[in-house]
Design a protein around this ligand. Sequence first.
Ligand code: TYM
Length: 332
Amino acid sequence: MAENDKKIVFSGVQPSGNLTLGNYLGAIKNFSRFSEDYKTFYCVVDLHAITVRQVPAELRKRTYETLALYMACGLDPEKNTLFVQSHVPQHAELGWILDCYTMFGELSRMTQFKDKSAKNAQNINAGLFTYPALMAADILLYQTDIVPVGIDQKQHLELARDVAARFNLIYSDTFKIPEGYIPTDTMKIMSLQEPTAKMSKSDPNENAVIRILDSKDDVMRKFKRAVTDSETSVRYSEDKPGVSNLMTIYRAFTGKTFEEIEREFDGKGYGDFKLAVGEACADGLKDVRDEFARLMQDKAYLEAVMKKGAEEAYGYARRTMSKVRRKIGFVN
Ligand code: TYM
């Protein structure tokens, strides 16, 4: 297909912590399925990360790491535009503009804002509040068709669609209205310690979170300690959130169905099951870990990828921005 006819895919990950199995199964693992037939932009969203206080040296390191992880998870920089958000200034520019087309009431309803402001009561800054308008800018800058994300981003995505539609209504067609791509089987990986809550990068309890780069020993230990329930049967059910979450993870790595998994562990206890989930997950992530370690040795290469990505992204972003500026009435 000609480059210009390809549909556009955009997604982003915050370099705000060591990435989790949730980030992997809910988002990054799915990114590469678009590489061949779509024009894909995958961004390390550092502007978003500073809505929560970051240690500068760590933010810098994690920015490299997140880019390296994208590649370790199978994203070829020749086939995907991989870049860092703050390297393309139009994100901040359009972010501000969209702030002026996003309603206070809409932002007040965002559950992520409510959660994050409860967790960061000392630093409820304006950026945390307007975060979804910046995310809308990320998406709309590239005239994106499809946004692959986990279910926790659905509300933000709907806001991006509403803001785009509002802008288009005022000024005539300017932005493409994007669609989400939310994988039904892995859209919400749960905490291993509190399986009714999302697995989250910033969880202070390390046992609750599998990191993509955890060693096999760590993965095995965390699954061994995973919270289940007082029964013994491996069965998928809403009233068994711990076991169901482990089954979801096991299914993602083995390709087995829930029925096959139930049969495989029929008559066996949770101990055997947890061991098998740990093995499947640690083995499934081994190639990612190895490739990540290799890529992190070569900072100059990562910088070259960032630079090339930013230049490519800039070309697309500039086109949308000049349209936006003209429609709003800014003097060129
Ligand atoms: P972030 O950095 O929190 O998460 C990155 C991606 O991982 C998904 N995810 C999960 N999926 C399943 N189960 C989980 N437990 C889990 N935890 C995280 C998220 O849904 C996300 O897809 N606001 C975004 C970053 C962003 C963005 C964008 C995404 C900024 N601009 C534009 C798409 C398009 C965020 O905080 O993701």
